[in-house]
Design a protein around this ligand. Structure first.
Ligand SMILES: [Fe+2]
Length: 399
């Protein structure tokens, strides 16, 4: 057996297993690598080193003679998290509908609990299914909608955004579908305990006092109880109850430490903070994703898991879909597609000119295309140019 860098893997080699990777993609069984495409797919999923059996390496002539059934189902069956089975345009309509349905469900759940009745668990499971299916078809559509949000519906949209981001994250970790379902449902309900927090605290458009914050901290405990009673499983319950816990024990409400916090809870903590930092609120301007990543990095490893944060950033991209960016040509647009091999060169839908301060013809610019003589200058905030992204999104992006 020999351990080699993924760069040295060639078609015809027999892979025994993955040794080092940034994600947690599972390879079902070992086998020969058939094509360069398989190798590219392994690279795209974050595989860094593999173990091979040199005695089984097929040479050029032998390689072409091997019947297809002897070929590595294993390596070829690796799910490429970047694979898109639908186009962004066709997925957007479906994703926008799913998002609206999820928002109505959140609204109804809060009302139901406030009036003393129970929440409709099957509806939450169904919504989670729908969101995950969309993320697996083309993650860009829901990711884009999650970025462009209304300022006054944070409570409703935050939970949906966390569930979208966590399903993207879990997909890139190569987690099993049943686990992703629990994580997504848990994320949809992670802040449901806020139903027991007084409105004066919940809706306060400013920083909470120490006493108010003590009351607010209890929402995670309430969420834990609600999800536990709904029997949604251990993973979902822990996400609801422990998403504010930190690895060094400085979190709340239980003060648990790293040894008590599962990988799933650690993922939820990262996503929850990322969405809160980047959210536009009535009283607060949202951070750009780049800045939020920097802040999260500063809080590793004492608060957040370093390796998991790296996978998350890789999964949603340094310039996530939905981010407003300015190009060197001074054109302004929204990142509308990712290029996983060249994360700093995404596809941008331009619609405004920063220097001329006027709207321009809407078109997609693929910055990875060698014929495109343009590049990313910076992620910007809509306020800088008084741009109403929501209005633009509804008119220009939804088919
Ligand atoms: Fe929370």
């Amino acid at each position: 057996m020999k351990i080699i860098n993924i760069k040295d893997l060639n078609p015809g080699m027999f892979v025994v297993g993955v040794i080092k990777q940034t994600g947690h993609i599972k390879i079902k069984n070992q086998g020969w690598v058939k094509t360069q495409k398989s190798i590219d797919s392994l690279k795209a999923t974050g595989v860094l080193e593999v173990e091979i059996d040199p005695s089984k390496t097929l040479h050029e002539e032998a390689h072409s003679d091997v019947p297809p059934c002897d070929m590595p189902e294993a390596v070829d069956s690796v799910v490429n998290p970047w694979h898109k089975s639908t186009s962004m345009d066709s997925e957007l309509t479906q994703a926008a509908k799913l998002y609206d349905e999820a928002k109505n469900l959140q609204k109804k759940a809060f009302k139901d609990l406030q009036s003393g009745s129970t929440i409709d668990i099957s509806a939450f499971k169904e919504t989670a299914h729908g969101l995950i299916d969309s993320v697996f078809r083309n993650q860009d559509a829901l990711a884009c909608i999650a970025r462009i949000r209304e300022k006054d519906t944070y409570l409703l949209e935050h939970s949906i955004n966390v569930s979208i981001l966590i399903s993207i994250f879990a997909k890139h970790m190569g987690l099993e579908r049943s686990v992703i379902e629990q994580m997504t449902t848990g994320a949809l309900l992670h802040d449901i305990g806020k139903v027991h927090i007084p409105d004066t605290i919940l809706q306060k458009p400013a920083q909470l006092s120490i006493e108010e914050f003590e009351v607010m901290k209890q929402h995670a405990k309430y969420s834990y109880d609600i999800v536990m009673n709904a029997q949604l499983g251990k993973i979902a319950t822990e996400i609801a109850g422990y998403h504010h816990e930190r690895l060094d024990g400085s979190g709340y409400p239980f003060g648990y430490e790293a040894k008590d916090l599962s990988q799933y809870v650690r993922m939820a903590a990262i996503v929850d903070v990322y969405d809160a930092l980047t959210a536009e609120r009535v009283y607060k301007v949202g951070m750009t994703p780049v800045k939020a990543f920097r802040l999260l990095r500063e809080e590793t490893p004492h608060h957040f898991d370093t390796e998991l944060l790296n996978v998350f950033i890789n999964a949603i991209g340094v310039y996530p879909v939905g981010t407003l960016v300015k190009l060197t040509s001074q054109r302004v647009g929204i990142v509308s597609g990712s290029n996983p091999d060249t994360p700093l060169q995404p596809i941008v839908k331009v619609f405004y000119h920063a220097k001329h301060m006027r709207y321009i013809e809407v078109k997609d610019i693929d910055l990875a295309n060698k014929r495109v003589n343009d590049g990313l200058e910076a992620a910007i905030k809509p306020e800088e140019f008084s741009l109403d992204l929501l209005k633009f999104f509804r008119h220009s992006m939804l088919p």
